[in-house]
Design a protein around this ligand. Structure first.
Ligand SMILES: [Mg+2]
Length: 230
C-alpha cells in the first residue's frame, strides 16, 4: 500500500476520485497544495508507526473539506486509494467529515469549526510538557473559521506562552464574514506569533514558511488562494 515518488499531479488525480463528496464542492480540494507539501516534505510521520509518540501531528480543523486530506493520506500509504472511490458512502470509513476512529493517520475528528486550533494548543503544550517538545503540531484552519471565538483565545494563549512547536496554516480564500483583505496575519502577529503570507499554489514558499525557524513563538502560514470564496 505504501507509495513512493508520487507526484503532485498524481495526488491531484487521487483527489478527483472523491467526486461524490458534493456537500461542499468549492472547498473540495483547494487545500491540496499545503497538505501535500506538509506530508511530502515536512512532517515526520510514518503510516507504519501511527502511534509513535515523537511523531509530528497534522490536525485538519477545516474538516468540512476533507478530500485533499484523504488524497494525501492515500498517496502516502495511510489508507488504500480504493477508499477514495466510496467516500461518504454508508459503509465507507471516509465520511464528509473525517472520523479519527475510522481513518488511519487522522489525529482528530473534525468538521465542527473552531476546535482544531484549541486542540492544537493543548496538544503542543502536552508534547512540550512530556518531553516531546521537538514534535511539531500543524493545524489547518479556514479563514472564515477564524470568525469562531475559540480561535482568538487559542491564538492569544499560544502567543503569550511562546508555544514554539505550534504551527497554523490558514487557507485564506477571502471567505470570512468578519475578515478583511490582508488582515489574517495581523490577527496572529499582534499576539506575538511570527507569520508569513504566501500564495497557496507556490510550493516552495509554503515549504519555506513551514520550515522557518521560530524558536520562541508559534508560527502561522497564511496561504492565499484565488479559489472562489465559499
Ligand atoms: Mg475560506
Amino acid at each position: 500500500m505504501l507509495r513512493v515518488n508520487v507526484t503532485f499531479e498524481q495526488v491531484r488525480e487521487l483527489a478527483q476520485r472523491t467526486v461524490t463528496d458534493v456537500r461542499y464542492p468549492v472547498v473540495k480540494s483547494y487545500t491540496l497544495d499545503a497538505i501535500w507539501v506538509l506530508y511530502d516534505r515536512v512532517l515526520r510521520v510514518d503510516p507504519q508507526r501511527l502511534d509513535d509518540p515523537s511523531r509530528d501531528r497534522f490536525l485538519l480543523s477545516k474538516g468540512h473539506g476533507p478530500s485533499a486530506f484523504y488524497a494525501v493520506l492515500a498517496a502516502k500509504g495511510f489508507i488504500p486509494a480504493e477508499w477514495l472511490d466510496g467516500i461518504a458512502a454508508l459503509e465507507s470509513p471516509l465520511g464528509s467529515h473525517p472520523d479519527a476512529t475510522l481513518v488511519p493517520g487522522a489525529e482528530i475528528s473534525s468538521g465542527s469549526l473552531g476546535h482544531g486550533l484549541p486542540l492544537g494548543v493543548g496538544l503542543a503544550h502536552g508534547l512540550r510538557a512530556t518531553g516531546f517538545g521537538d514534535s511539531r503540531v500543524f493545524t489547518l484552519v479556514g479563514d472564515a473559521e477564524l470568525d469562531e471565538g475559540s480561535n482568538h483565545e487559542a491564538i492569544a494563549y499560544a502567543g503569550a506562552v511562546g508555544l514554539a512547536n505550534l504551527n497554523v496554516i490558514v487557507a485564506d480564500n477571502g471567505s470570512a464574514s468578519h475578515g478583511w483583505p490582508g488582515g489574517v496575519a495581523s490577527r496572529f502577529t499582534v499576539n506575538c506569533w511570527s507569520a508569513a503570507t504566501v500564495d497557496m499554489a507556490d510550493h516552495e514558499a509554503l515549504y519555506r514558511s513551514f520550515t522557518a525557524p521560530h524558536p520562541d513563538r508559534p508560527h502561522v502560514t497564511v496561504a492565499v488562494s484565488e479559489t472562489t470564496p465559499h
